[in-house]
Design a protein around this ligand. Structure first.
Ligand SMILES: NC(=O)c1ccc[n+]([C@@H]2O[C@H](COP(=O)([O-])OP(=O)(O)OC[C@H]3O[C@@H](n4cnc5c(N)ncnc54)[C@H](OP(=O)(O)O)[C@@H]3O)[C@@H](O)[C@H]2O)c1
Length: 427
């Protein structure tokens, strides 16, 4: 007997998923022994060309009906957004239906409530596609590495910004030119704000932190900076200093607690994330026993993302048929969130200074006063002004910020033109 599936959403991911479920029905059945039946697909507009054919009555604009339909045994949510997706997912779980979702925004914002509801209902809530699109990362983190004491997860989890930064680094394009190019090629949406301000990556960072360390940080507690203020000059200087600038989602366990953050940062050119170009994603996972694992691949797109969703559907269908849960429950401990001010990183600074004797000594004194030591200095002169490129050693965020404020107050510093963190293990 087949397993009845209700799908909310028939867009980029939902459309690819429906086509795969319909076209590959026999292949999936032969491989898994499962007959997966698409019984209902909920969308906003009925008269839209979608590239798939379904029997009359399957496509509906009444999304609540999809959840309530008794023949639907499992709900797949690929409509996105918080509302009505959140309440529909909750309703399905409460009705004892397993849920598969690709919705990072929803999981990051309401994860604990949804995991708890799934636990109480005795059904699975699976969300492999919510981070990294087609890259298997959720299950490795939560299941395969469950016995590992992880220390750091760091990734490029937004293809739009990685495409833009790659264009800025490799072609010297200004941010706006690179964004326009990304939009022209379909890598950025007409309204790219969620990508370029780091909101999308922050939701993913919250999920990665929760799964890596078992304690929930939540999207609101993720420190976030986007890429809109970056100048291509600094990406060129970064290359000369042996670094590449990436928008990173970082989740780290420190003595002060778990911290999650998203910002553009420099990584050494030999770090595995440095070579991840264009719209690709990659996530590195570090722990004392596994050392460093790298997961990379297409982080978005209908087809890759549908693959991750389909994998979860097959897991949930196996559970339904077996009458028992095999996917591990998501159980989270509370809190232990570290203050961002305590997070230590190195910094790169580009300072415009007066070209006169004694300037370096004044600048070094400010850093010293705030307990930040300088790792390297490079100076370029033009006329009466000089550009100083300073890379500091690692020091807490609060000390680095105070040192920068101190530099702004120095008469010899006309501008702190750029300040970018460096994510590197000091050697
Ligand atoms: N696209 C990717 O590469 C990707 C990658 C990873 C994760 N995701 C996640 O997957 C989810 C879906 O993304 P997508 O790119 O497929 O989005 P999309 O192309 O915009 O499709 C959304 C679908 O949901 C339907 N929908 C949205 N709001 C609705 C409402 N209120 N009532 C009824 N139907 C509604 C839309 O109906 P109409 O077609 O009638 O408008 C559309 O079919 C999101 O959570 C996204 O974050 C996407």
């Amino acid at each position: 007997m087949g397993i009845g599936i209700g799908i909310l959403g028939g867009g980029t991911v939902g459309g690819a998923l429906v086509r795969r479920l319909v076209d590959n029905r026999d292949v999936i059945a032969a491989k898994t022994g499962l007959q997966l039946e698409v019984l209902r697909v909920g969308v906003r507009t009925l008269d839209k060309e979608r590239g798939f054919d379904l029997l009359p009555g399957v496509l509906t604009d009444n999304v609540a009906d999809v959840v309530a339909d008794d023949s639907v045994e499992m709900l797949v949510e690929v409509m996105g957004g918080m509302d009505p997706a959140g309440d529909l997912v909750l309703a399905a779980l409460r009705a004892g239906k397993p849920v598969v979702t690709a919705n990072k925004e929803l999981i990051a914002a309401r994860g604990p409530e949804l995991f708890q509801t799934a636990e109480e209902a005795g059904v699975s809530l699976l969300f492999e596609a919510a981070v990294g699109g087609g890259i298997p990362i959720i299950r490795p983190l939560w299941e395969t590495l469950a016995g590992e004491t992880l220390t750091k997860v760091m990734g490029i989890v937004n293809g739009t910004t990685n495409f833009i930064l790659t264009a800025m680094s490799e072609s010297g394009m200004a941010y706006k030119v690179a964004l326009a190019e990304a939009q022209r090629l379909g890598y950025a949406e007409t309204d790219p704000s969620s990508d370029v301000t780091g909101v999308d990556a922050a939701a993913k960072a919250a999920i990665l932190a929760g799964l890596a360390f078992g304690s929930w940080v939540g999207a609101d507690a993720v420190y976030r900076e986007g890429i809109t203020g970056l100048d291509p000059v600094d990406l060129q200087f970064a290359a000369e200093l042996g670094y590449v600038v990436k928008l990173l989602a970082v989740a780290e366990r420190t003595e002060e607690g778990v911290n999650a953050r998203v910002y553009p940062a420099m990584v050494l050119t030999h770090h595995p994330l440095a070579s991840v170009r264009g719209a690709r994603n990659a996530i590195s996972i570090e722990g004392p026993a596994v050392q460093r694992l790298l997961f990379s691949g297409p982080g978005a797109g209908g087809e890759p993302t549908a693959s991750a969703v389909l994998g979860d559907i097959i897991t949930a269908a196996r559970e339904l048929r077996a009458g028992t849960l095999v996917a591990p429950r998501i159980r989270l401990a509370d809190g232990g969130v570290a203050d961002f001010g305590d997070v230590s990183t190195m910094w790169y600074l580009r300072l415009m200074v007066v070209d006169q004797p004694g300037v370096l000594a004044q600048i070094a004194a400010v850093f010293g006063h705030h307990g930040v030591s300088i790792r390297s200095v490079r100076q370029e002169c033009s006329g009466d002004e000089a550009t100083l490129l300073i890379v500091t050693h690692s020091a807490p965020e609060r000390a680095q910020q105070a040192a920068r404020d101190g530099l702004r107050g120095l008469g010899v510093v006309s501008n702190v033109a750029a300040a970018i963190r460096v994510e590197s293990t000091e050697s």
